[in-house]
Design a protein around this ligand. Sequence first.
Ligand SMILES: Cc1cc2nc3c(=O)[nH]c(=O)nc-3n(C[C@H](O)[C@H](O)[C@H](O)COP(=O)(O)OP(=O)(O)OC[C@H]3O[C@@H](n4cnc5c(N)ncnc54)[C@H](O)[C@@H]3O)c2cc1C
Length: 365
Amino acid sequence: MRVVVVGAGYAGTIAANRLARKVTAAEITVINPRADFVERVRLHEQIAGTGAAAAPLASMLREGIATRLGTVDKISDGEVALGDGSRLDFDHLFLAVGSTVTPLPGTVPVGVWEGAERARAALAGLPGGRTVTVIGGGLTGIETAAEVAYGRPDLRVRLVGGTIAASLSAGARKRVRTGLERLKVEIVEGSVARVGSGAGEGGSDAVRLGSGRQFASDLTLWAVIGGVPDLAARSGLEVDAEGRAVVDEYLRSVNDPRIFVVGDCAAVPGARAACATALPQGAHAADTLARMIEGRKPKPYSMGYTGQGVSLGRRDGLLQAARRDDSVRRLYFAGRTAAVGKERICRYARFGARTATYAWLRAPK
Ligand SMILES: Cc1cc2nc3c(=O)[nH]c(=O)nc-3n(C[C@H](O)[C@H](O)[C@H](O)COP(=O)(O)OP(=O)(O)OC[C@H]3O[C@@H](n4cnc5c(N)ncnc54)[C@H](O)[C@@H]3O)c2cc1C
């Protein structure tokens, strides 16, 4: 039985490893654009030089799993076409291509590996006293601004976004602001209308807000995750308004039961784009396929949340408690203990992808 896994992020890696563990007869091939597993949750560390986000993919996959470097251009009836013109047949496929970014012209996107590497190089070349602007008031923007301020205290860091940390409780939002202020991050609430790359004084960027306010920036980072790769849509699979593939209760494409869709690119009701979502989905889909092969009845996917974590540099952080339906509670933990907790969560995510051992809660009744 030939199984193709498209994308070696959290969802694809755990799916491949879990299936290899359960179905020894499966011939599994993982297709990924690079020979590294990218811990996306550490891209802000990679940029700021405080941590590394890439590990050899070979160190993450079980023995016997084949890898193919490349990008899938199209999925058709039992076959994938790669960018280099080659083709691969499959009996079952896991679509796990994650999410992507749509940066404003003149900005460098931090949410994908290639952008993060550009940002890292640009930041490393920036002399002290210069200004870095991070666009995006969500957790990715907050973590990026905080990490840059922590790793490069000689720079001025500005964070621009709508409501800062909108996904957290009111108390947690306030605490995030305090953490950012301690790191001397300037917070600007507003939306960016345009970035004139190199249009400002001395070749700096000119960042213009919707309100008309304008300021100069020497490096402007786009820290908003927006949309998913259009592979599912391009391949004729049914997608939702955001381009995510629509799945049944077993995480299979509603068009083709041979195709499981997992992680950020799957339209699962109530799911939030997160490694905390991608891992259970990848694991569950692999379990489902293993059950089907053994002639057992598959179980519907079910997952409940526990909260959200945000790092504020390496010594501060915040853990927001949530109900299983992902609605936030008032309770949160902040400070050094929360930073250690967040670090452990990141390590557990990587451990889960590599070992295929990962525990999660069921959805509320
Ligand atoms: C800075 C940052 C911090 C974050 N922090 C957190 C956090 O603290 N907690 C949390 O839960 N989530 C966090 N996230 C979100 C989390 O990283 C994503 O939700 C998670 O990576 C999704 O996993 P995935 O497996 O679906 O996709 P990804 O991890 O994005 O992996 C997808 C893989 O597919 C590959 N691919 C794409 N297109 C193709 C193609 N056509 N052919 C072959 N391969 C392809 C990609 O290159 C990639 O390797 C953070 C994200 C960022 C950017």
